[in-house]
Design a protein around this ligand. Structure first.
Ligand code: NAI
Length: 480
């Protein structure tokens, strides 16, 4: 804590470098900068306390400072132990006008390479705005902050936290420990936090899936806006973002030649499509695995071989998971791969590659080549290279998606936060999407920067199509 500002970052002296990178990013984030200009005077987030759990990168720094510029008091953590850019975290704490000795920015609790225990400690700091005040709003990515509030409130009502079970993932053990400590200190903390929340805006596919599940089970405690399924989010960030950051992660991790290699992509959703396109663009021969006949057919008609992992596991040089699910690559697959095959995941959680099974495999050893690159050697001498310990390697081994595409994602986040804060009566404890006119607005904000000249409908054409000249142009069921 310095001068009343609480934070935990790697090194405040990195702030100057972070600030210069933020300034470059601002130039590439026209959507966020336009929203800042549009709302500077009205300050629609004045008085809002916003707690964010989303990769603490340079691009996120521009989001945080946009929320602050619209009047919000912000606290932030990363939603992944490896994804923080330490210079961005330092710059956000120091703030545009502060110095490392006198930081005047935002409370950030994040550094690259947290342990899981530190990760959950940071997440807990999110909820304490001082003087017993909690947040009004959450920005979440993957749903960990939302999950913590829900489990906390449920265990408080039940009057106790269950003991971890023998098969529990380390992540769950950490959450249960944290909630047990919290309950011992204050038996209504998360119940009060949940009651005070006007809502959450959720960034990614996995987090949104968790929200719909809570809503289906009647357990959702506050309104939620699904930002991921804005068209200008998932059809851009998930696809074009990964098209950029996936080869970046592979290159920085291994610098292996991609051309000519066999690359297997598990999952042909939005992220898988961008991944496959990038790898093909580098001259790799790409094979897709899918469980959904529609996506499998899409992959085939896009010209990719679609196979079962067992059929291609011995041929692949590179394996990427993008399923959002669990167990896409099992230890039996890892054991059959060729020597030094590269294995990495870009789905949100580290559940897609069975690394626990790998660690328990008889005779296997692990060598750190460099941080976030590990060579796992089997008893027979052959090895696989695992990136970012099975967590999002486009963020762990590189710096995530580039600014321009994150501007579209984060413009949706800002609009969702304004909506939840200023129109609380519109929203029940359910999951919503932003209206289409706002989706189109986000796209519009990014056209000038690319020199796009949009054609305008005539009155007659609009009448024929049955739409307004100024939009929205498509029905809700339209799929883009
Ligand atoms: P999606 O639902 O569009 O695609 C996932 C695809 O995987 C689906 O088509 C599904 O049928 C398929 N699938 C599921 N289980 C499978 C299995 N065992 N084997 C083969 N295919 C399987 O989801 P989206 O939007 O593509 O997201 C995928 C993951 O990436 C999510 O975890 C999401 O949160 C994450 N994400 C990561 C980003 C990053 O920067 N790394 C950016 C955006 C999303």
């Amino acid at each position: 804590e310095i001068g009343g500002l609480r934070f935990a970052v790697a090194d405040l002296d990195l702030a100057e470098s972070g600030r210069l990178q933020i300034q470059l990013a601002e130039h590439e984030m026209p959507g966020l900068m336009a929203l800042r200009a549009e709302h500077a005077a009205a300050q629609p987030l004045r008085g809002a306390r916003i707690a964010g759990s989303l990769h603490m990168t340079v691009q996120t720094a521009v989001l945080i400072e946009t929320l602050a510029a619209l009047g919000a008091e912000v606290r932030w953590v990363s939603c992944n132990i490896f994804s923080t850019q330490d210079e961005a975290a330092a710059a956000v704490v120091v703030g545009p006008d502060g110095t490392p000795g006198k930081p005047t920015g935002t409370s950030v609790f994040a550094w690259k390479g947290e342990t899981l225990e530190e990760y959950w400690w940071c997440t807990r700091q999110l909820f304490d705005f001082g003087d017993g005040r909690g947040p009004d709003l959450l920005v979440d990515d993957g749903g960990d902050a939302t999950l913590l509030v829900h489990l906390g409130a449920e265990y408080e009502t039940a009057g106790g936290v269950p003991e971890p079970e023998p098969g529990d993932h380390e992540e769950r053990r950490q959450i249960l420990r944290l909630l047990a400590d919290s309950l011992a200190e204050d038996d209504r903390r998360f119940t009060r936090i949940a009651a005070g929340l006007r809502g959450v805006s959720e960034e990614t596919t996995n987090g949104v899936a968790r929200l719909y599940k809570l809503a289906r089970e009647g357990r959702l405690l506050f309104p939620a806006i699904n930002v991921n399924d804005s068209v200008t989010k998932s059809k851009f960030d998930n696809k074009y973002g990964i098209r950029h950051s996936l080869p970046d992660g592979l290159n920085r991790a291994t610098d292996v030649m991609l051309g000519g290699k066999v690359a297997v992509v598990c999952g042909y959703g939005d992220v898988g499509k961008g991944a496959a396109e990038a790898l093909r663009g580098q001259g790799a021969r790409v094979v897709i695995t899918e469980i959904d006949p529609i996506n499998a057919l899409q992959a085939a008609m896009d010209g990719f071989q679609v196979a079962r992992l067992e059929q291609v596991v011995a041929d692949g040089h590179i394996f990427v998971t993008a399923t959002g699910g669990t167990g896409a690559i099992g230890v039996e697959h890892l054991a059959r791969m060729r020597h030094n095959a590269i294995v990495g995941n870009v789905g949100h959680f580290d559940t897609e590659i069975d690394l626990a099974g790998l660690a328990a495999h008889p005779g296997v050893t692990k060598t750190e080549i460099k941080p976030q690159v590990h060579q796992w050697t089997f008893a027979d001498g052959h090895a696989v290279l695992v990136l970012s310990e099975g967590r999002l390697f486009n963020l762990g081994n590189a710096t995530g998606h580039p600014s321009f595409v994150m501007s579209a994602s984060f413009a949706n986040q800002v609009l969702a936060q304004i909506e939840l804060f200023t129109q609380p009566d519109r929203y029940q404890d359910a999951v919503y999407r932003l209206p289409k006119h706002l989706d189109e607005k986000v796209a519009r904000l990014h056209l000038d920067a690319l020199g796009v000249q949009l054609t305008e409908l005539s009155a007659e054409q609009a009448e024929y199509l049955g739409v307004e000249i100024e939009g929205p142009y498509k029905a809700e069921h339209y799929r883009y």
